[in-house]
Every structure is written in structure tokens, then in C-alpha cells.
Design a binder for this molecule. Structure first.
Ligand SMILES: O=C(O)CC1=CCC(=O)O1
Length: 258
């Protein structure tokens, strides 16, 4: 199985992998591509069960999602890469940096959590989606992705991300919910060696900024930044601020550290 990925930027530039959130694809990162692809070979992949990637039967685990990313790196002939992931993408990033530290140079974790219970809520969401309820869940899920002010000002953008969610294969979405249900990465974080930037969003109800602070405390070489006026998809709501933070983190010699 090879994950689907979209590649932008110079072929000889350092590779920056971008991992997206549950119910989105690599297109979620579109607001940052122009700001990153001049300095990096930006590889936006779709998680297993999402977008153009294969949808094997679930349940999945974060280990499985992480091993698939290692397979993608092997397929691309890339030894090591920078990695930025939002939400589910951040969970996979934590797993990669802890379990394959030689493959991850610098790490950024956005709007994510090392342990996102309660497990029974995620298992119930998985069961509902398997029973055909992804469409009826969509408004509730998307209401956590954007602040009310952004949703009112940018209805077309919100509708586009809602469409991305409802286009997700239900079997893949459900299997990834089960991966989140079973996940507890807290004890792994002490093993992360990559210099890490943890980004929380002040108005994120899904993975509140306290989750970002907890991750930053557990990773030895981590810094914490909190983006204002943004909910869960902070890279969409505050594209320039997030792009600035990522550039400064991934090119520390050329940028200004936050
Ligand atoms: O979909 C949600 O409710 C929020 C979320 C948790 C993990 C993820 O990727 O998105």
C-alpha cells in the first residue's frame, strides 16, 4: 500500500511532510503551500482511509498510520524529513518522532493531543459513521473547526472543508476514529529528539491549548506557541500566522524564532 501524496517545491529542497486532520486530505494545507514550497519539497499526504489513499478494513492504530508514512518516505527515496501535522496528523507526527527518530529532523504539532478521550465517544462516532451518519455528523464536527466569526465571514471556505469531510470514505474515517480511541502517546513523548514547535489555537474546542501545553512539557526540545482568533483548523483561519511560525521553525537559520 502506498499513501497518496501531492508534492510541491524544488526536487532538491529539504522534504517537509504535512499530515492533515481527521476527515480532511492534504488539500487542508493549501493555505500554507505557497509560503513553504519555495524553500521545501512539500509532501502533503492523505492518511490511510482518507482522500486518494487506500482504505483497508479497520480498525486502524496510530502505529499503523505512522508505519504507512514511513512506507511513503521509503517509496519516495527520502531518508529523513521535517514533519508538520495538525490534529490526527500531529498524532502521527508524535508517533513518528518517538518511534523512528532518525527519520524526523524537525517537528511541528498543531492543534493536537497526545491522548484524546473519552475512548467510548470515539468508538460511538466510528459506529455511527459505519452506520451511514457521516453526513449528519458534519455540521457538529465542522462547528469545532472554525470560530463563529470566521464561519459567518467565510461561508464558502467553510462549505469547502465540509465537503472534504463528507467526501471521506466512511470506512476510513471510522477506522481512524478507532485509532484515536486507542491512542495514548503521553509516555512516548520523552523519546522525541527532534526540535519541536507545538502550536495550539486559543479557541479550539476539539484539542484545547492545554493539550498543546501538555505536549510541550513532555517533549525535551519543545517550544509552545498559541495562535489567537482560531479554532481547530487554525492553519485555515490564521494562514499567515501559521505559515510564519512554520517557516521560522523549519528554517531556523534563515527565519525568526517565535
Ligand atoms: O473531528 C474532530 O472532532 C476533531 C479532531 C480530532 C482529531 C482530528 O484530527 O480532528
Amino acid at each position: 500500500m502506498t499513501l497518496h501524496a501531492t508534492v510541491d517545491g524544488p526536487p532538491d529542497a529539504p522534504v517537509l511532510l504535512l499530515g492533515s486532520s481527521l476527515g480532511t486530505t492534504g488539500a487542508m494545507w493549501q493555505p500554507q503551500v505557497a509560503a513553504l514550497a519555495d524553500r521545501f519539497r512539500v509532501v502533503r499526504y492523505d492518511h490511510l482511509g482518507h482522500g486518494g489513499s487506500p482504505v483497508p478494513p479497520g480498525p486502524y492504530t496510530i502505529d499503523l498510520l505512522g508505519r504507512e508514512v514511513l512506507g511513503l518516505l521509503d517509496h519516495l527515496g527520502v531518508g529523513s524529513a521535517h514533519y508538520a501535522g495538525l490534529s490526527l496528523g500531529g498524532m502521527v507526527g508524535m508517533w513518528l518522532a518517538a518511534h523512528a527518530p532518525e527519520r524526523i529532523d524537525r517537528l511541528a504539532l498543531l492543534c493536537t493531543s497526545a491522548c484524546l478521550g473519552p475512548a467510548e465517544v470515539w468508538r460511538a462516532r466510528a459506529a455511527g459513521v459505519r452506520a451511514g451518519q457521516l453526513g449528519s455528523l458534519a455540521d457538529t464536527v465542522v462547528s469545532r473547526w472554525f470560530t463563529p466569526g470566521f464561519a459567518a465571514a467565510r461561508p464558502d471556505t467553510v462549505a469547502g472543508y465540509r465537503d472534504m469531510l463528507t467526501a471521506t470514505p466512511p470506512a476510513g474515517y471510522a477506522a481512524c476514529c478507532e485509532a484515536i480511541a486507542a491512542m495514548d502517546l503521553r509516555a512516548d513523548l520523552a523519546a522525541v529528539r527532534a526540535p519541536t514547535l507545538v502550536i495550539g489555537a486559543a479557541d479550539d474546542p476539539a484539542t484545547p491549548p492545554e493539550h498543546a501545553a501538555d505536549i510541550a512539557e513532555r517533549i525535551p526540545a519543545a517550544r509552545l506557541a498559541v495562535v489567537d482568533d482560531a479554532a481547530h483548523l487554525a492553519n485555515v483561519e490564521q494562514p499567515a500566522a501559521v505559515a510564519r511560525l512554520l517557516r521560522a521553525h523549519f528554517e531556523p537559520e534563515g527565519g525568526t524564532n517565535p
